[in-house]
Design a protein around this ligand. Structure first.
Ligand code: AMP
Ligand code: MG
Length: 406
């Protein structure tokens, strides 16, 4: 049996980022950029107006007031998307719309609110301010500038910037394909008939959903029966996956054959981790592909996925921050635990007056899937702790988005 930390170290020791692929910029959302994005252009390409108004010569507007406006001749009208060929001379102005390029001869823009049109002239009521309301060429992005470095997580702002740089696609780390296999003679898929003793295969679905939530691609391989032959053939069906996750069959029961088959087809790295739930976890590789033999209990499967599989998937996907945010929370009740194991307790976490509080979701059995449904956090209790009282501070992993608006 190895510690959670050692297990994680061994796992991450064999996990590397996948290769890069070019994808459409919208498909790049939430993925990790695989190239430095340097600008091949100035944005904006030309100086342009930040306001609707009149573009003119600063000197012409000196001393303008509401009572004694300056009157200028309007020689053109530039909408955004057009460039005026005219040059502004003394006493002249050009009507200009936001975003339209500043014509030659001009050095200021007066907002339309500070003017009044009068036929082909305009009355200007306030002195212009030099440079104000003129956007400079390259003031957003300069040609040659490194705008987004490799490794950045792509958000809507980055997608917009790619578009502004005229990029239809970018290099990102590939999304891992994760094979998900449930094992057990007692399992029936959704919709199947539940003969006495049979249960519905929920793990394939919680796992596939966890995989998808990490941004990876789940490949559901269905159910393997508790025989060597079936397990071997299902592992073969997982060829092409970047990672394999199984549930069940890794404990010490007579039909727990997953770890044996893992050893037969590849190399076992470790079996059993000093944690609760999730102790029987097996980890190895088959043909270089990492294989997680997760325990079968519905909570164990999800908790061990959170601790081990999720960081592995994120690293494969190019992420460097691999872990959920963890906060300190005040425990609302006392509890006892066994020394030597790290515990992950399903908890409801709330934020009150700037402090987090955590209370367990009730029954913590590893078969109580409802405890995961109710939980928004996992209380992490270190190996050496044996008892805690209400008011003690604990670390809690925040495992969903419930605090995004808190
Ligand atoms: P095992 O590790 O195979 O002995 O499974 C431990 C417990 O988890 C047993 O009660 C199984 O019935 C249950 N279990 C195993 N696989 C699944 C699954 N795919 N969905 C729901 N429960 C499961
Ligand atoms: Mg089983």
């Amino acid at each position: 049996m190895i510690s959670v930390d050692k297990a994680l170290e061994q796992i991450l020791g064999v996990i590397n980022p996948l290769r890069l692929e070019k994808v459409n910029i919208l498909e790049a959302l939430n993925r990790v950029l695989g190239e430095d994005i340097t600008s091949d252009r100035d944005i904006p390409p030309l100086p342009n107006s930040a306001m609707d108004g009149y573009v003119l010569r600063f000197d012409d507007t000196l001393g303008a007031t509401r009572e004694r406006p300056v009157v200028l001749t309007v020689i053109d009208d530039i909408q955004a998307g057009r460039v005026s060929t005219k040059t502004i001379g003394p006493g002249q102005a050009i009507r200009i719309m936001t975003g339209a390029p500043i014509p030659a001869g001009a050095d200021a823009v007066t907002r339309v609110e500070d003017t009044e049109k009068d036929g082909d002239r305009v009355r200007v009521y306030v002195p212009a301010k030099k440079g104000l309301d003129i956007r400079l060429a390259g003031e957003d992005v300069k040609k040659g500038e490194l705008i987004i470095p490799k490794g950045k997580i792509i958000r809507p702002a980055e997608v917009g910037m790619f578009a502004a740089l005229n990029r239809p696609d970018v290099a990102v780390y590939r999304r891992p394909k994760v094979a998900v296999l449930s094992t057990g003679d007692e399992l029936v898929d959704i919709g199947g008939e539940l003969a006495p003793g049979m249960i519905t295969n929920s793990n394939s679905y919680s796992l596939a959903a966890q995989v998808a939530e990490c941004g990876a691609i789940p490949l559901r391989l269905g159910i393997a029966r508790d025989t060597r032959e079936d397990l071997i053939s299902k592992f073969e069906a997982a060829k092409g996956a970047d990672l394999i996750v199984t549930s069940g069959g890794v404990s010490v029961g007579d039909y727990d054959l997953v770890k044996d088959v893992m050893g037969e087809l590849g190399a076992m790295r470790f079996w059993k981790v000093a944690m609760r739930p999730g102790r029987p976890l097996a980890f190895g590789t088959i043909g270089g592909v990492p294989v997680f033999g997760l325990p079968g209990n519905p909570v164990s499967v999800m908790v061990s996925f959170e601790q081990f599989v999720r960081p592995a998937i994120l690293r494969m996907s190019g992420f460097t921050n691999l872990f959920r945010p963890a906060v300190k929370a005040v425990l609302k009740e006392g509890l006892q635990k066994k020394a030597g194991f790290r515990y992950f307790l399903r908890a409801v976490v709330e934020l009150k007056g700037g402090k987090y509080y955590a209370v367990m979701t009730g029954e913590q059995g590893s078969g109580i899937l409802k405890s995961m449904v109710m939980a928004n956090g996992l209380i992490v209790l270190p190996e050496d702790v044996t008892s805690l009282i209400a008011g003690d501070e604990v670390t809690v992993q925040l495992i969903d988005r419930s605090f995004e608006t808190a």
